[in-house]
Design a protein around this ligand. Sequence first.
Ligand SMILES: Nc1ncnc2c1ncn2[C@@H]1O[C@H](COP(=O)(O)OP(=O)(O)O)[C@@H](O)[C@H]1O
Ligand SMILES: N[C@@H](CCOP(=O)(O)O)C(=O)O
Length: 322
Amino acid sequence: MIHSVTVRVPATTANLGPGFDCLGAALTLYNQFQFSSQVCSSTLDSAADGVKITVTGLDADRVTTDERNLVYQAFVKVYEKIGQIPPNVAIDIHLNVPLARGLGSSATAIVGGLVGANQLAGAPLTIEEVMHLAIAMEGHPDNVVPALIGGCRIAVSNDAAYYEASNWMICPVAWHPEIVPVLAIPDFELATETARKVLPANYSRADVIFNTSNFGLLLLALETANGDWLRVAMRDRIHQPYRKTLIAGYDMVRQAAINSGAYGVVISGAGPTLLALTSPNYATEVATTIAATWDQQGVKAEVKVLAIDHAGAKYDVCLDPS
Ligand SMILES: Nc1ncnc2c1ncn2[C@@H]1O[C@H](COP(=O)(O)OP(=O)(O)O)[C@@H](O)[C@H]1O
Ligand SMILES: N[C@@H](CCOP(=O)(O)O)C(=O)O
């Protein structure tokens, strides 16, 4: 019998400029979730029956430890899907991905909870079924998909209604190893829900064509590391023009990063983290410049030079000694 499951889930950077709600990549920064079976609820000291949650690491005090916790909600979803009552469980969460910064913290929580529950239940669901549950919970595929399977991915819906889709085609996007993601994480939060509310419901034909052409070019540029293409292809008219007003210093930081060698700078996920893509030779210079420029605007930012994670969610299972 399985005693505990430990799941490691990567952060993500979604959208990458023109790929709003359909393109995202996993990053080498991870949250960890451990799920341990409990014998009976009388051994648990949480207010919620059947679950005890502890959280350590970054922003730990900001995460709820009762049954509203997103990891636990995802855990329960698996048992609903298989028609079983969720077992009593202790969940230990260790956070390295900051909350509400555009690095997919909610995606790690959803994927961690789903993968943990599925393994604890003896793996009744396929990875596709886990993915569909994750997309339905998050409401869009671009962060949960790379968080689950790693790499850079495009999600395409086979259904007419994109956001209600139950059929998804997931395709890998080649990412040239000489393209380095530099992430600049400011010291303020921006909830995805808030950043989605500022977007218009409709777009002009010109804006749609602008994004479609840049998106196509971006895929070629990521595969080939063609700098001339990348400098053009990271432009977007679907979300960034509206969201940048929520990110103090955005234009100045973007221009300074480009002047110091970045191909381009985009909002990571829903923001406020900024993603610069650059070559290995310029990565340190770009990182230093972004931090210094934001500092001049009164914004403290942590800057990380990362790589693309190709593994996605990884788990270890520990069997009951008896
Ligand atoms: N490990 C976690 N456990 C529980 N809830 C989490 C966890 N990580 C994130 N969340 C929830 O997700 C919210 C952040 O989600 P969101 O606004 O989409 O930002 P992000 O861009 O980081 O995904 C947090 O405020 C919290 O409610
Ligand atoms: N496409 C979504 C992506 C949100 O990603 P997150 O990492 O900020 O949760 C959006 O742009 O709203």
